[in-house]
Write a protein that binds this ligand. Structure first.
Ligand SMILES: Cc1ncc(COP(=O)(O)O)c(C=O)c1O
Length: 360
């Protein structure tokens, strides 16, 4: 069986370091908001190329807290792509704001920048571009629109840890950027976790309070916050894994290149030449998707659809029900994610390539 993700293989490749990190935390007797978190926040901020990082409990809450730290909430509109993981929307709703959907490009799945301005109203406060599948959105034109309309930009980097736009990391462009350390992610914890990166001291100071019940100091609550913290064990593990992230992402890029060169029977998500994706997912486009899935599953190859139902057709989403999003509809009917992770063996890569090439 070739799994879509294999967390145990990654653990075994760095087992001693991970075990030591966990033991270090257990022996310290300090499990929440301690030295490991502080060190991770410094190391991650420096990796992304921003001044500040605040560890939080998940990528979803990283989005919600980013918006809250920027003063965006009740009745404010936030522009977001219609083709995304639903948690992008959950985070906006958690902050009390209203998600306003924009279509994506059918080629690369990223927000269609030409469609943003028609959705801007007097209530629009922010744009939330999603670097889906690990490829950065085209940030220069997007930031230009945001600046012309005085909108904040919150990058959804849940899938793009380590991706580049030009020479800089995705997540270093917006007012805030939200990261997820859910186990499947390129930098994955052994549970839930997330972070907000920012260059704004004001946002940073607000985020420190907001994630910790709105406290300015112990038992003094100055704002309405929530409990959303990255614990010491997760932080210690992420510190170990961060050292390997660039090597792991390079391995993902190599596998993607092999797939692109050798798979002949299906199309792929377009790769833009303005940066370097981190290949959180490797996504093909296939008209006969259901039959391909059945065929691959029979051979023992795990695949998954990211994402089969566009946001506006989800039951939990009540707005923009009758609007047509052709790019989103096209992708949600054709995309399929193949296994891609650093520990994928050469033999497994060959099996996947042959299986797809032999599919009639
Ligand atoms: C694009 C996107 N945004 C946000 C999230 C939310 O992250 P988390 O699962 O850590 O809450 C995810 C993760 O599934 C995601 O893929």
């Amino acid at each position: 069986m070739i799994l879509l993700n294999d967390f145990k293989k990654q653990y075994h490749s760095i087992q001693t370091e991970i075990d030591d990190a966990i033991k270090r935390v257990l022996e310290s007797g300090w499990y929440i908001m301690g030295k490991e978190l502080e060190a991770f926040e410094h190391e991650f901020a420096s990796y992304i190329g921003v001044k500040y990082c605040v560890g939080v409990a998940s990528g979803t809450e990283a989005i919600a807290l980013s918006l809250m730290s920027l003063g965006i909430g009740k009745d404010d509109e936030v522009i977001v792509p219609c083709f995304t993981a639903f948690p992008s929307i959950t985070g906006i709703i958690q902050a009390g704001a209203i998600p306003v959907l924009v279509d994506v490009n059918p080629g690369d799945g990223l927000i269609n920048i030409k469609k943003i301005e028609e959705k801007i109203t007097s209530k629009t406060m922010a744009i939330l571009p999603v670097h889906i599948y690990g490829q950065s959105c085209d940030m220069v034109p997007l930031l230009k629109i945001a600046s012309a309309h005085k909108l904040k930009v919150i990058e959804d980097c849940a899938q793009s840890t380590g991706a580049l736009y030009g020479e800089k990391k995705a997540g270093s462009f917006g007012d805030c950027s939200a990261f997820s350390f859910y186990p499947t992610k390129n930098l994955g914890a052994i549970g839930d976790g997330g972070a907000v990166c920012t260059n704004s001291k004001d946002c940073y100071e607000k985020l420190l309070q907001l994630r910790n019940y709105g406290q300015s100091k112990r038992y003094y609550h100055d704002v309405e916050g929530i409990n959303s913290r990255l614990d010491e064990i997760q932080a210690a593990i992420l510190r170990v894994k961060l050292k390997y992230l660039d090597t792991w992402n390079q391995k993902r890029r190599c596998i993607a290149r092999i797939y692109r060169e050798r798979i002949k029977t299906v199309d792929f998500i377009d790769e833009n030449d303005y940066g370097q994706p981190c290949y959180h997912l490797f996504v093909i486009k296939c008209k006969d998707r259901e039959r391909l899935i059945e065929y691959l599953n029979k051979i023992g190859i795990n695949v998954l659809i990211h994402y089969p139902v566009p946001v506006n057709r989800q039951k939990a989403f009540i707005r923009q029900k009758n609007e047509h999003f052709p790019g989103t509809e096209f992708l949600s009917s054709q995309v399929l994610s193949l296994p891609i992770y650093p520990e994928l063996a050469n033999g497994e890569i060959e099996t996947i390539i042959s299986a797809i090439n032999e599919f009639k």
